[in-house]
Ligand binder design. Structure first.
Ligand code: ZN
Length: 222
């Protein structure tokens, strides 16, 4: 989990709206000092090569942890980076990024220490979110033998990895991705996990760029 001390956390809790607006003005000043045409260029349009599907956790901002710039990554985030086929927001982001932006990579990035995955691993009732996290219970159920055999401190970490892979598989099994592949579009799907403790991303080596290798059960006739 995050190693920030209590003094640091307290300081963050004191962030006000004025802090945020001042921060924005500072950002503009600093950015224009480095490149006077920055906003003019960025406002002309976007052509990001990557779609990032991540967790809403405030400590896992896609551009910051990949050292990229605005305009580089198209992003959608939800609690525990869940991908379901009935999430209209997710499907819309996927459709727009694949068919309009023509992104080349889709990265599902989970993170160790994910509270959503930890809650799904346990049985404590949290609230309405239990219904969302129920999707991760299915990942646990499908891999229960493997997860339960691990030492206690490794179980949630492994479930985080399996959840990222499961979400990536759900991306691949959409008609959106499979039609893109059938049309010869260059597109690959990956599963990664970020470590809050080291700041490093663990590439789970789950990577697909065509439908041929995927589970035949989910491969559509096109
Ligand atoms: Zn999380």
């Amino acid at each position: 989990m995050c190693a920030a001390n209590s003094e640091e956390l307290l300081k963050r809790e004191e962030i006000t709206l004025e802090n945020l607006l001042q921060g924005n003005r500072d950002f503009v000043t600093k950015t224009l000092e480095e490149d006077p045409d920055y906003f003019q260029k960025l406002s002309a349009g976007q052509k990001p090569p990557v779609l990032w599907i991540g967790c809403s956790d405030s400590r896992v901002p896609a551009d910051k942890i990949t050292n990229t710039m605005p305009g580089d990554i198209f992003v959608t985030r939800n609690i525990a980076n869940v991908v379901t086929h009935s999430d209209m927001s997710m499907l819309s982001v996927l459709d727009y990024s694949v068919n309009i932006l023509k992104i080349k990579h889709i990265i599902v990035c989970g993170h160790y220490g994910c509270g959503g995955v930890a809650a799904a691993h346990g049985n404590q009732q949290v609230g309405l979110i239990d219904n969302w996290l129920r999707n991760i219970k299915d990942v646990y159920r499908l891999n229960q033998t493997e997860v339960d055999a691990l030492p206690e401190n490794k179980k949630v970490d492994r479930l985080v990895e399996l959840n990222a892979i499961h979400s990536a598989m759900n991306v691949m099994s959409t008609s959106i991705v499979q039609n893109a592949w059938a049309n010869g579009q260059e597109l690959s799907v990956h599963a990664w996990v970020y470590s809050l403790e080291t700041g490093l991303i663990n590439d789970l080596k789950f990577s697909y760029s065509k439908a041929d290798d995927m589970d035949p059960m989910f491969k559509m006739d096109i």
